[in-house]
Design a protein around this ligand. Structure first.
Ligand SMILES: Nc1ncnc2c1ncn2[C@@H]1O[C@H](COP(=O)(O)OP(=O)(O)OP(=O)(O)O)[C@@H](O)[C@H]1O
Length: 293
């Protein structure tokens, strides 16, 4: 008799707005379905930030071939960073607030369908990025989007309504910053995005033409814009046409540097980070992650 292949599901009890009881039902559904398909499945709830990386690293050491992240982009990031550049594949069951990577990849947003897709999926190679030592799989960036990520992290409740309220309030408080790009171009920017996937989440497409497996990041710059065009830009962001705006500029890059005076607020897959040196080095890691699709 052949041994059953081991798989692990990592579940963030705090992702999105579904209750812990609902997530426990998802865990049970995952375990039942994995068992039916012949896997030796385990599922673990995270207990603290960074726990998903610890669990996925341990699974990798034990030779687990498929690790499933049941959560949002932050949980996917923590899980994927442990198994990138390995033969272990990532399954994605999106239950977060934005689910940018899952939406870009066309993964079903209904958890039961996503479980089915991931358990039956084949490994497909995608790129990932790094901003200093921080990996990202969807987007990283600075300026307004980093400002919002920092503000959102302080909210007691997650989910889309909280995100929209936080972004709206941040819009009035935020002042565009000055950044030195690649050591020679000084620019005042509303935001600067490094996109592996095309969207932040919730179908907000900052980089409508991004290809997640082409070996490039899309560097998207948003210039300061008059308040009168904010509504139009928001419409274009969700309509996947922001790249037609005169305030948007994009290029495909393999690496970039950004400097600012004082600490640099950034985000990696929506997780807020601060770079005390004020300097960011961004690069693409082509073909660095296997995703079950
Ligand atoms: N048990 C836990 N207690 C507190 N925080 C946790 C725990 N497990 C994970 N986290 C943290 O929760 C944060 C948010 O998780 P996640 O990204 O999955 O959900 P989300 O923000 O609702 O979704 P999205 O990123 O798609 O918008 C991550 O930064 C992660 O480190």
């Amino acid at each position: 008799m052949t041994a059953r292949s081991a798989v692990l599901a990592i579940i963030n009890p705090l992702s999105g707005t579904t209750s812990v009881a609902q997530k426990a039902r998802l865990r049970d559904m995952f375990l039942r379905r994995a068992d039916t398909l012949g896997y030796a499945a385990e599922a673990v709830f995270t207990t603290h930030p960074g726990h998903a990386t610890e669990l996925a690293s341990a699974a990798l050491q034990q030779g687990v071939s498929r690790v499933f992240a049941i959560g949002g982009d932050g949980t996917i990031n923590e899980t994927a960073q442990a198994i990138r550049r390995s033969a272990t594949s990532l399954g994605i069951v999106p239950i977060g607030s934005g689910n940018g990577l899952a939406r870009h990849l066309g993964i079903p947003l209904h958890p039961a369908n996503a479980i089915e897709r991931a358990l039956n999926g084949r490994p497909v190679v995608i790129d990932s990025g790094e901003i200093n030592e921080h990996p990202f799989f969807c987007t990283a960036g600075l300026g307004f989007e980093a400002y919002v990520a920092h503000a959102f992290a302080k909210q007691p409740v997650r989910g889309l309504p909280t995100y929209v309220r936080t972004a709206f309030n941040a819009f009035w408080a935020y002042q565009p910053g000055r950044f030195l790009l690649n050591g020679h171009e000084e620019k005042e920017l509303f935001s600067l995005t490094f996109a592996n996937a095309g969207q932040f989440g919730n179908n907000a497409w900052m980089a409508p033409t991004a290809n997640i497996a082409d070996g490039y990041l899309e560097q998207c710059e948003m210039r300061r814009f008059p308040i009168q065009v904010a509504g139009l830009l928001a419409w274009q962001l969700f309509n996947k046409t922001l790249n037609r705006s005169a305030y948007w500029q994009g290029q495909s890059i393999k690496k970039a540097t950004v400097q600012t005076e004082g600490p640099l607020l950034i985000h990696a897959d929506g997780e807020p980070l601060t770079l005390p040196s004020g300097q960011a080095e961004v690069r693409i890691l082509p073909g660095s992650l296997l995703v079950l699709l």
